[in-house]
Structure formats: structure tokens, C-alpha cells
Design a protein around this ligand. Structure first.
Ligand code: ADP
Ligand code: MG
Length: 679
């Protein structure tokens, strides 16, 4: 076998017919390399031959016995039975549905055989039903040993799988490693061929952990490399923008606040990209309220001043509207700004599209659907996409393509991603981080309360409303459920509406987009004071008057999510308060989680802690992230390898030798992504 064969279909192997291929496919084993990467998770100890008077029921044993009698009852439902013995006792070997001729061959009368399987006890006799192995004494070395245990599906047993895998594993050639020896040694890894063999072959008691680390490292690298390759494709050459970032200075001076150092640094990074002759594909990562919007608007201004058009997109209409109003305030009549959504009237829409095409508009603001429709620009120079955490890699690169070849792309996200996962989520982009909040911002006060004391809340809510403040009330469910003992938004709405008639609104995910917008608008205009909702309010809208949020069944939510939710309040001048309601009898872990939230206002820190306590399954944005695609790597256990791989890939990514890495990428099914055909 040479390494090209790794990518042949398993159906090219002798003894692998359509039926077996089908079963293997269920375990995602389609190519020979999939067998190589299907690592054993344990081993079965068949290495000792046990005397029949020392058998333990329930264990897997190997025995050496003489065939005494074959019993074929020929009555339906009665099994065939072979009675065997050694010097110390006897045992029944039992078969259902096996043909007589086959068994007679397998168990020659009065001969010694080796049998391995699970020991049962039935009718006061030891027995093995459908043993895993039966073989002659000459063949005993094949069976009586430790045998690797693989995850298999129904339809393939260990014996069958071994008949395919052992040949492949023992024939793995020495490959030309893509990591050099020094790097391997320094980072406690193993050379690839050695690592793979070491992990499959049980007898080798070499340090398996270093071998496993090697495969994990490779997997992470393959992932990062493919993202880097994506990045390279997006960052193609463009016409460099001639602009002068001094022009924006007077706008910065006019702002009612001073930019934080983080905001300034990020602006600088964006300027560099705008000036460069490669397309920008950058994401601003910043906690809720860190002030991403203004950074994007200042960059937008810069681009318009060099004669290009710009677009700003948001996930919801309300958010888009807020961006529009803010832009009008900041830019006044310095720029031609238009607002375009699905609801814009036909005539107005037609006019806007015409103006866009003629280059009369500097900045167009709308929902994400801006780009889904056919819109022509005169010369689009920058697209900004807000709150993009719902997009995956594929959607992002599609978006980037739509902007046209000269268009820079800037994304913004408030979803705090733990450090370890940053590259696997955003490796196709450059990352700018806003890691401080405006100094005068007061951290939100976070309290917790047992649910049964809910009645203590009404007076303070009443007081809030009387002084013109607004309240969010968040429930995990939309409707009551007979399976889940959680509070529902609909029920809560009824209860609160009775207490505060005409002051309460209800919003949840089952409403359509327009219904949601209507209610949010009412809240924004202070027509209602309490908004009962599910987590739909999570995304970046600014409600400066809301300063109290109550979250029911708070332990049902991830920490990062709770942090996002409480970020909805305290955005104006007033002190924001978040009350977490809990059922009695919280677990230790739950108490720890509340404590973290109470003590920290740092979304990144919280995300890290959440990761440690609950695993990465609960982080927002995780579902779309593709981090699930890791088979060996685990951000929690291999943090150092994620870091190492990141450093490694960042170093090589601008001049990747595709030939060198194509084998690695193919191993982890990343080759399709980057279209590497030959290697
Ligand atoms: P996010 O990063 O969550 O999108 P926003 O951009 O909506 O945050 O900003 C939140 C609020 O903070 C806005 O009202 C904005 O005007 C204000 N803000 C932004 N930058 C600063 C700053 N440097 N100092 C004080 N307030 C700021
Ligand atoms: Mg925002």
C-alpha cells in the first residue's frame, strides 16, 4: 500500500462487498483512510486461557477445550449445542440459526479448539452463545491476545472488522511527515506513521498520549488550514483605496464621548486593511455595549470619503432602524443615507435602487436581506454586517463574494467566544477585539432570588414603571409544557398583565417577524413598560430606558446567554439590574455559575468559565460553528494544542505549500473545501 491508496474506497478491498460497505458507511467509514483514523477506544483482553473451573460469568474469556458432542435438535427455536470439556469441567457452546455443516467443520469431534466469547450461566451450566472466535490450536495466536476494540455498528463484528483493518494498519507506509522532527519532539508529539500504528496496536505500550496528541494536532491544523485557505481566497487583490483617515478626526471630536483605547486600536487595524491592496475580511469581537457600532460608522465614513459606497446590515429591522437613526445623527447631511428593508414601498424602493446604481447614495442601511435581493451598486467599497453570530463559514464566504471584488467586509459580533475556539470559528477572518468597555459604564447589578419569593418583586416593578423605567421579563418557554417544569412566556404575560393592565407586551419566537417588530417598537416608544419574552430579545437592540431584567429558570440558560440577556439593560444612564430567578435546590454547579455571573461583567471571561462548567455545547453560536466537526480534538482537553496549531498556522498561512499539506487536508476531508486535486 502506498499513501495514494489511503483515499481509495473501501469497496476496493478484498472481502468488502456492498453489504459490508453499507454498514461501514454508517460509521462514516468509506475510504481506506477512514479505517486508519477509526482509532480503537479500548481493548478486549482475550490473552489468557482460562480453565473451565475458573470461569467468571459475564466476562469475556478464551478457553481451550475438547469437542465432546454436537447436538442438533432440529426443533424450531431450540438452539444447536456443542458440548466441550477440559480437564476441569465442561461448557456448552450455543448457536441460534447456524447451519449444521458449518458447525461440524468448526468443531471437529474429539479435537481441541480455542474459543473466545462471553461466559453465561444457564440451567446450571456454563455456556457461550455465538462465540466471537472459534479456531484451531495452530491458530491460537490470532485470538489469544489483547485485541483492539473499535466502535462498530450492527452488522459488523470484531472478527469481521479485524479481517479488514489489520491488513491495512500493518501496511501503513512511512509517510513523508509534514511536521519536522524538531517540532515533533519539542511539542511532545509523535511522527505521524508511528503515532497511528501506536494507537492501533495494543501490544505497543509506547506513550500513547503523545501519539493521540499528534492526531489531535493534525486534526486542528487541518481545520485551521482550510479556514486559512478560505481566507486567502476571500482576501484577493483589490484596488487599494486612496483615503485619508484624518478626515474622520473632526467627527470623532464631535462625539459625546471619547473613544476607548480598544476602539481606537480597532479603527487603526481597519484603516490598515482599507489601505491594503488585499480585501479586508475582518470581524470585530466585542462584548455587548463595548461600542462596536461607532467604530463601524467611522470606518464607513472613511470609505465614503474616498468615493466609495457602503452598506450596513443588521439581522432585524429594528436594529437596522436604530443604526439608521444613529447614522443620521452622526453624519447629518455629510452623507447621503438611505434605509431599505423588505417593507420599503415599491416606489421608494425603486428610487433607492436607482440612486444606488447611479452612485448617489453613500451609505445604505438595512436588514441582512439587503444582499439577498438583486441590488446593484455603483462602486461598493465596504459592507458591514452586524451581529453575525448566526452565520457559518459557508454563509460568510458567500456574503463576501456578493460584495464584489473591490469590496471590503467587516463583521461584528457580541458573542464571546473562548480563546481556544476563536480560530476554529473565525479562522477565515482577521480578528479585532474590543476588550474594554466605556469607562463610565456601570456594571449591571446582578441578583438572584428563589422563585417562591416572586411576590417580593411586584412592588419594585411598580416603582420602576412609575418612574418611567422599563422592564424585561424572560421565560425559557413560549407555552406551558406538560413535560418541562419551566415557566412560559404566555402564562407569565397573563399573570403580569392582570397586575399591570395595558402596560405589558408579549414577544416570542413563534411570532412572525412583523409581529415582533411591532411589539418591539411599542416598547421602544414606551407604549408598554414590561416586555415578557423568550430569548428572542438577545440580539443587539438598544433600549436605553430598560434597566431591569428578570430571568426565570435562569439555570436553564448558558452563562454566555445570560450575559447577553442582561446586556439588554443598563445601556442608558441609569443603573441596570438583572434578577435571576431560581427553583429551590440548586446543584453545586448551578450555584457556582450564578456566582460567576454575579462577580463578572466580562463576556469573554464568562464564556471561558461556561466552557469549563458546561462544555462547549451550550455556547451561543456553537451550533453553527462547525466545532462539532472535531472528532478527536476537544477544546477543553487540548487547549494547548489549539494554541499550538493556531501559532503554527498563523506562521505559515500566508505562504502555504499546498503540496505539503494536501495529504493532511485529505485525511480530514478538507481537501474538497480548498479544491486540492493533486498532491
Ligand atoms: P455594541 O458593541 O453592543 O454594539 P453599541 O455600539 O450599541 O454596543 O454601543 C452601546 C452604547 O455605548 C451606545 O449607546 C454608544 O453610543 C455608547 N458608546 C460607544 N462608545 C462609547 C465610548 N467610547 N464611551 C461612552 N459610550 C460609548
Ligand atoms: Mg451592536
Amino acid at each position: 500500500m502506498n499513501k495514494d491508496n489511503f483515499f481509495d474506497s473501501i469497496s476496493t478491498l478484498k472481502g468488502v462487498g456492498p453489504q459490508l460497505s453499507k454498514y461501514l458507511k454508517k460509521r462514516k467509514i468509506e475510504k481506506i483512510k477512514d479505517i486508519i483514523l477509526n482509532l480503537p477506544y479500548s481493548e478486549t483482553d482475550r490473552s489468557k486461557i482460562v480453565k473451565l473451573n475458573e470461569l467468571e460469568v459475564g466476562t469475556i474469556c478464551s478457553i481451550k477445550v475438547k469437542v465432546k458432542k454436537l447436538n442438533f435438535p432440529r426443533i424450531r427455536n431450540l438452539p444447536n449445542k456443542i458440548i466441550c470439556e477440559d480437564e476441569t469441567g465442561n461448557i456448552d457452546i450455543v448457536y441460534f440459526n447456524s447451519r449444521e455443516g458449518y458447525l461440524r467443520k468448526l468443531f471437529p469431534l474429539n479435537e481441541w479448539v480455542i474459543i473466545s466469547g462471553k461466559i453465561n450461566f444457564f440451567n446450571k451450566r456454563y455456556q457461550i452463545t455465538n462465540p466471537d472466535y472459534v479456531t484451531s490450536i495452530e491458530n491460537q495466536d490470532y485470538v489469544v491476545k489483547n485485541i483492539p476494540k473499535y466502535n462498530l455498528t450492527k452488522g459488523i463484528n470484531e472478527k469481521k472488522y479485524r479481517s479488514i483493518s489489520e491488513k491495512i494498519i500493518s501496511n501503513i507506509p512511512e509517510i513523508n511527515d509534514w511536521l519536522d522532527d524538531q517540532f515533533i519532539k519539542k511539542n511532545r508529539l509523535h511522527n505521524w506513521s508511528k503515532a497511528i500504528k501506536n494507537l492501533h496496536l495494543i501490544e505497543k505500550k509506547d506513550n500513547k498520549s503523545n501519539s493521540y496528541r499528534r492526531i489531535v494536532f493534525d486534526e486542528i491544523c487541518a481545520n485551521f488550514l482550510s479556514l486559512s485557505e478560505n481566507r486567502k481566497r476571500i482576501r484577493k487583490r483589490k484596488k487599494a483605496k486612496v483615503f485619508n483617515n484624518q478626515k474622520v478626526e473632526f467627527l470623532i471630536k464631535k462625539l459625546p464621548f471619547r473613544l476607548t483605547n480598544s476602539q481606537k486600536a480597532v479603527l487603526g487595524e481597519i484603516d490598515q486593511d482599507l489601505l491594503s491592496n488585499k480585501r479586508m475580511f475582518r470581524i470585530i469581537q466585542g462584548d455587548v455595549g463595548s461600542g462596536k457600532t461607532i467604530v463601524s460608522l467611522l470606518s464607513i465614513y472613511n470609505v465614503t470619503q474616498s468615493g466609495y459606497q457602503t452598506a450596513l446590515m443588521s439581522p432585524t429591522e429594528i436594529l437596522a432602524k436604530q443604526h439608521f437613526e444613529l447614522s443620521e445623527k452622526i453624519f447629518g447631511n455629510l452623507l447621503e443615507i438611505r434605509f431599505l428593508t423588505g417593507k420599503t414601498e415599491y416606489k421608494e424602493r425603486k428610487k433607492i435602487l436607482k440612486e444606488l446604481k447611479e452612485g448617489k447614495i453613500d451609505l445604505i442601511i438595512g436588514t441582512h436581506s439587503l444582499f439577498q435581493k438583486k441590488i446593484e451598486f455603483n462602486n461598493l467599497g465596504l459592507t458591514v454586517i452586524d451581529e453575525q453570530h448566526k452565520f457559518g463559514v459557508k454563509q460568510r464566504s458567500d456574503l463576501a463574494k456578493k460584495g464584489g471584488n473591490n469590496c471590503d467586509v467587516l463583521l461584528m459580533s457580541a458573542t464571546p467566544i473562548p480563546r481556544t475556539m476563536m480560530m476554529s470559528l473565525y479562522g477565515d477572518m482577521d480578528i479585532s477585539k474590543i476588550n474594554e468597555k466605556p469607562a463610565e459604564r456601570k456594571p449591571i447589578q446582578t441578583l438572584s432570588k428563589p422563585e417562591k419569593k416572586i411576590n417580593e418583586l411586584w412592588p419594585s416593578i411598580k416603582k420602576q414603571i412609575e418612574s418611567g423605567n422599563q422592564v424585561f421579563w424572560v421565560c425559557p418557554l413560549i407555552e406551558e409544557s406538560s413535560f418541562l417544569d419551566y415557566s412560559s412566556a404566555k402564562k407569565k404575560y397573563e399573570i403580569i398583565n392582570k397586575k399591570f393592565p395595558n402596560k405589558v407586551g408579549l414577544i416570542h419566537g413563534a411570532l412572525d417577524k412583523e409581529e415582533k417588530e411591532i411589539i418591539l417598537n411599542k416598547f421602544l416608544k414606551k407604549e408598554i413598560y414590561i416586555l415578557v419574552s423568550t430569548t428572542v430579545i438577545e440580539v443587539g437592540i438598544d433600549f436605553p430606558n430598560a434597566n431591569l431584567i428578570i430571568i426565570e429558570n435562569a439555570n436553564k440558560f448558558g452563562l454566555a446567554q445570560l450575559h447577553q440577556l442582561r446586556g439588554r439593560v443598563g445601556r442608558g444612564e441609569k443603573q441596570g439590574v438583572c434578577i435571576l430567578l431560581f427553583k429551590e435546590g440548586l446543584s453545586k454547579n448551578a450555584i457556582k455559575r450564578i456566582k460567576i455571573l454575579k462577580n463578572s461583567d466580562d463576556g469573554f471571561f464568562i464564556a471561558e468559565e461556561d466552557l469549563k462548567l458546561r462544555g462547549f455545547g451550550d455556547l451561543i453560536g456553537y451550533q453553527q460553528s462547525g466545532i462539532k466537526n472535531f472528532r478527536f480534538a476537544d477544546p477543553l482537553h487540548h487547549e494547548d494544542l489549539f494554541q499550538l496549531a493556531e501559532k503554527y498556522v498563523l506562521e505559515i498561512r500566508d505562504n502555504i505549500n499546498e503540496k505539503k499539506y494536501s495529504f493532511l487536508l485529505k485525511l480530514f476531508d478538507k481537501a474538497e473545501i480548498i479544491n486540492v486535486e493533486e498532491f
